[in-house]
Design a protein around this ligand. Structure first.
Ligand code: AHR
Length: 501
């Protein structure tokens, strides 16, 4: 059997992990909102029209932060359409996703929903069709206590307390030609800077995310980041990254190597932040907000686009398979291993649209394969990331050479009583033996080993069949200095080890 080792030193820290690494995203796109989280006629709907069956599936994910309302949608959005009496709100043709937007859910309803799932908002402002003034008006509506036009409007809408939204995105993917009112880097950098100044003048407690490139392969990648940071550096806090991986060629080994690209992307963007910091001779660090990440290709490959100009237009309803679950596990490992620079990340998205949770209008809700690695990593990946020195066999594929079969992240729990290892074995044919060596502390027991494996790469879950689910695994053994186990072929694993305090 092939062998691997993971060396851990309890004192060799990467960083405290920001809880916001386990954020998610709900856009007015497809059926994410309407018939996703919100469906007043549904048997499980609460008094506000939110589906409690969906909320019950979201809650265990322990999501600290949800980005809203877009995405591409935000670049054509009038936030005023979504507040006030519901029967007076306009229905509009929505140009990002070619649907009718009924505006029955807006800022206040989203805040109500967040309370149900114990999450905080990350709101995006429209820097496409609108600009700094509208952004600062929305901030006033959300955060100003009262006694001004927009804060009093909020109060008149039944929300006497400010929403206190701390985290704001300055537009969305403004470099993309598909974006409503896309901009050059200079155009965007200027407007983002002026918007940031005004927003922070109104509320100095907020944090701002400026748009990086829409994805790594954009022709303007790098130049875009540099130009935008030169305009905005002293006024913003985070730079965004977005990525969606695909497997159009049905090449699973190459697909599973995608998180190597994610890791390189993070390193490149982080290096650009350092470059502009030194160019500006600034004291300030800009951190990264990976506020859209996921896998997205099944719908494009297999499905026909639904008719335009309907409400809840069912676009991009990805059906995720077991291979996707493995890559999501590896992408989470990558995010943890870069937690010194990545402070915010949002799995895009949460319900129905490229999402771990699916619903039928009027009917059932269920979870897809990718739900599970996110669930366990979010629940158990809080604390401090430790360096893991991994020695593992490698493979060559179309995506590159010497791709390690084993991905691993190690997290020391907040009470320093356990370390949790998230490990993926990407070898589709063979189990791999693994020895975990500990220095600086001692193992005192195995708390839990959960493993997701034993499926073909294309196996899926449906409303009636949830065959892809993690199982508790046995067979790991330990002594004070090490733990040994066999990682099943094609598996995601979470191993929790007790350590002596
Ligand atoms: O998350 C889906 C879409 O992907 C978002 O609207 C956009 O920002 C990205 O291109």
């Amino acid at each position: 059997m092939k062998q691997s080792t993971i060396d851990i030193n309890i004192n060799n820290l990467i960083s405290a992990i920001d809880d916001r690494l386990f954020g998610s995203f709900i856009e007015h796109m497809g059926r994410a909102v309407y018939t996703g989280i919100y469906e007043p006629g549904h048997p499980s709907a609460n008094k506000d029209g939110f589906r409690m069956d969906v909320i019950d599936l979201i809650k265990p994910l322990d999501i600290p932060l949800i980005r809203y309302p877009g995405g591409n949608f935000v670049s054509g959005y009038n936030w005023e359409d979504g507040v006030g009496p519901k029967d007076t709100r306009p229905i509009r043709p929505e140009l990002a996703w070619f649907a009718l937007e009924p505006n029955q859910v807006g800022t206040n309803e989203f805040m109500d929903f967040l309370k149900q799932v114990n999450a905080k908002p990350m709101l995006a402002v429209n820097l496409g069709t609108r600009g700094p003034h509208d952004a600062v008006n929305l901030l006033e509506y959300c955060n100003f206590p009262g006694g001004t036009h927009y804060s009093d409007l909020r109060i008149s809408h039944g929300y006497p307390k400010p929403h206190n939204v701390k985290l704001w995105c300055l537009g969305n993917e403004m470099d993309g030609p598909w974006q409503i009112c896309a901009k050059t880097a200079d155009e965007y950098g200027r407007i983002a800077c002026e918007t940031a100044k005004m927003m922070k003048w109104l509320d100095s407690d907020i944090e701002l995310v400026v748009c990086g490139s829409s994805f790594r392969e954009m022709p303007t990648f790098g130049d875009w980041e540099r130009t935008v940071l030169r305009h905005t550096y002293e006024h913003i806090d985070y730079l965004s990254l977005h990525t969606y991986y695909t497997n159009m060629d049905d090449d699973v080994p190459s697909f599973l190597a995608s998180n190597v690209r994610m890791s390189n992307f993070i390193k490149e963007v982080s290096a650009i932040c350092s470059e502009i910091k030194s160019e500006k001779q600034s004291e300030k660090d800009i951190y990264l907000s990976f506020d859209e990440w996921n896998i997205w290709y099944h719908f494009k490959k297999d499905c026909e686009q639904p008719p335009k100009w309907i409400e809840a237009r069912p676009v991009e309803e990805e059906v995720y398979d077991f291979a996707d679950a493995l890559l999501i596990g590896s992408m989470l490992i990558t995010l943890i291993n870069h937690s010194n620079v990545v402070k915010i990340a949002c799995l895009a998205q949460l319900v129905n649209t490229i999402a771990p949770i699916m619903t039928e209008p009027g009917g059932r809700a269920w979870v897809q394969t990718i739900y599970y690695p996110f669930l366990y990593t979010s629940q158990n990946g809080r604390g401090t990331a430790l360096h893991a020195h991994v020695q593992a066999p490698t493979y060559n594929c179309a995506a590159g050479e010497d791709i390690p079969y084993i991905d691993c992240a190690v997290v020391l729990s907040e009470n320093a009583e356990k370390i949790t290892l998230f490990i993926v074995n990407k070898n589709l044919e063979e189990d791999i033996a693994c020895k975990i060596n500990m220095s600086g502390s001692e193992f005192s027991g195995i708390a839990e080993w959960v493993s997701l494996g034993g499926h073909s790469p294309s196996e899926i879950n449906t409303a009636t069949n949830a065959s892809v689910q993690p199982q508790h695994a046995n067979g790991a053994s330990f002594n004070a200095e090490s733990c040994t186990l066999t990682l099943p072929k094609a598996s995601w694993n979470m191993l929790r080890l007790k350590i002596k305090s």
